[in-house]
Design a protein around this ligand. Sequence first.
Ligand code: ZN
Ligand code: ZN
Length: 265
Amino acid sequence: MALTICVLGSGSSGNSTYVGTEATGVLVDAGLSARETLRRVEAAGLSTSRLSAVLVTHEHGDHTAGLSVLHRRHKLSLYANSGTIDNYVKAKNREEVADSLKWNVFQTGAPFELGDLRVDPFSVPHDALDPVGFIFTCQSIKIGVVTDMGMATTLIRERLRHCRVLVVEANHDLHMLKNSGRPWSLIQRILSRQGHLSNEALADMLGEIGHTGMTDVFLAHLSRDCNDPALAEKHVRKALDKQGHSHIRLHLTYPDKPSFTVQVD
Ligand SMILES: [Zn+2]
Ligand SMILES: [Zn+2]
């Protein structure tokens, strides 16, 4: 059994990641339009016919913009916890679609089965109502997907520690963010425990949790203004190499096109 993973789009303009087996395909988040999401699934050489569900990490628009059309027009099932659903429905202009959405409600910390995938949602710190990351398990293969986290908590490190492949946030370079000219209040929000993860913090976490069985790491949710892909890669590469994890491949992700597709078996 093989697991396939591809980050279809990433960044503040829209996030969506494909995770699938031969039988089951799911999306983590639907921050691109429905049409663009499906176009990118095909552009990545993956099958849209296998797609059955969208799993939502949190209610922010860059993770939910295409969700309602994917559900109503393309019949994908929706999975989220009740905090995410409540805040999604409360958000402006969504009242009219809220009634037409049928949700599968999971509880943070309670694993569930979706086809031949086991899905384990776990808590992450971010300025949303009950945001989560996911571990996907198929047979003995584990993949971790966690973006939008203000800090790499002990729980996050523990959950990601045994994964073969990770999609993780490398949001900003600390120096670039502090010198970005953005309002100080916004900079403070991004830097807070409920904000986004820096290249430096990610490098620190990966240096610690990297292991011989980890093969690939996707760097996701890169800020266009406050990060540089080469810099993000450099920070993480250095930390991995220093800890003897030079075998781990790094993949960039993009706002406007799918990433490299990784298949593990
Ligand atoms: Zn967010
Ligand atoms: Zn986001």
